[in-house]
Design a protein around this ligand. Structure first.
Ligand code: FEO
Length: 392
């Protein structure tokens, strides 16, 4: 992809990674991704905002071929997908200075071996004049690493937000054309990357309020030329009140747990509670993360393996604990053959979750009538708790 103009003397550079299907050897990328960099040419100085993932560096270097001079490389975030090509860009433009937060400087030196002498660090709110264009740097820690910042281009009212408001979508369209698709991808991205830091993200969104943002140019996905809706979506995702929703990740080896899950799902639906089910043997873990953004209750369904939870159920519990969703209630249902410590093991894996644990329902083999009544009682308790908390 060649470089593309966004506005006068502001260009998109970077790479569209149509084929990538996994990030961090963990996160599914059903729609690929992009690594967006931006070139801002002022009347006196030129700045490159972020770079690209190292496997894509040749594309960036080709786009920089006809750029005669680079004064600054702004690094919003020290993670490799945006800063991993700073060193080769510096080789082409040795006079350029790397602009970052002080914390990012330390991380870039340690993680990516960017030479210390190349740095200019900026304070929160500091500006940098490129002549007739002015970059204002706003520190936005924990979006999603401790060193992150964003840049506001004052004259053109563009926020260069790096991961903030981004989404993993590979697309030929530079600007958002399908809001529904981007909303889903951005929610998935928020769930996987941002959710554990939602309280500090709320403060960072507050910091952006005084700006007159007309466009958000993130480092993944398409540019938002109508940015109000994505900012509103973030506000919805970070708010502390969950929805009247049970997320039910489960795994069943011989069908007993599946039988319980089916019965329990109907019992919840009959009581007006929404349910989102994930068979962990086949599910996209990113979809599960998205459901965790909204769910008031998490119920893990698991078979028993070697006296404990199935490893896939343990994985789901580990994931939920790491993502720190806003859920208020949690329970466990499942089946065992001869006994075990499934409940104790899973309960011990979620210290980060501020949840009330509701009585689990474990049964031996196929659920009996009495076990099914216990599931009805659990559904009733969840419905009551949701109503008491005014969840809709
Ligand atoms: Fe897209 Fe946190 O890097």
């Amino acid at each position: 992809m060649r470089k593309r103009q966004i506005k006068e003397r502001i260009h998109w550079l970077g790479a569209v990674d149509w084929d990538r299907r996994l990030f961090d050897s963990l996160i599914p990328l059903p729609d690929g991704t992009t690594y967006n960099a931006y070139l801002v040419e002022g009347s006196e100085k030129t700045a490159l905002l972020d770079t690209v993932d190292p496997p894509m560096v040749d594309m960036l270097m080709a786009q920089l071929e006809d750029v005669p001079k680079l004064d600054f490389i702004v690094s919003h975030h020290a993670e490799q997908d945006h800063s991993g090509s700073i060193v080769p860009v510096l080789k082409k433009f040795p006079e350029a200075k790397v602009v970052s937060t002080p914390k990012a400087r330390d991380m870039l030196i340690d993680l990516l071996r960017v030479p210390e002498s190349a740095f200019v660090t900026v304070k929160d709110g500091e500006t940098l004049s490129l002549g007739d264009k002015t970059l204002k740097f706003i520190h936005t820690p924990w979006v999603h690493w401790p060193e992150t910042m964003v840049t506001y281009l004052e004259e053109d009212r563009i926020l260069f937000s790096c991961d903030f408001f981004g989404s993993h979508i590979a697309a030929a369209d530079l600007f958002v054309t399908d809001k529904g698709r981007v909303h889903e991808a951005a929610k998935r991205y928020f769930a996987e990357i941002m959710m554990p830091f939602r309280n500090v993200i709320e403060k960072n969104i507050e910091k952006l309020k005084p700006l007159h943002i007309q466009m958000i140019a993130p480092s993944h996905g398409q540019i938002q030329d109508q940015p109000a809706w994505i900012m509103e979506a973030y506000k919805d995702w970070i708010q502390s009140t969950p929805k009247n929703l049970v997320v039910l990740p489960y795994v069943s080896m011989h069908g007993s747990t599946k039988h319980m899950v089916d019965h329990f799902t109907s019992a919840l639906v009959d009581r007006g509670v929404r349910v989102e089910l994930y068979n962990l043997a086949v599910s996209d873990i990113g979809k599960l993360a998205m459901s965790l953004v909204d769910a008031a209750t998490i119920v893990v369904g698991t078979s028993t393996v070697l006296a404990g939870p199935h490893p896939l159920a343990a994985y789901a519990a580990f994931l939920a604990n790491a993502l720190r969703p806003k859920a208020k209630f949690l329970s466990i249902i499942g089946s065992y053959g001869w006994g075990g410590k499934t409940v104790e093991t899973l309960a011990g894996m979620i210290p980060n979750l501020k949840v009330e644990v509701l009585d689990p329902v474990l049964c031996k083999g196929l659920p009996s009538e009495s076990d099914l009544r216990s599931l009805d009682n659990l559904a009733e308790a969840i419905s009551r708790k949701h109503k008491e908390n005014g969840l809709s």
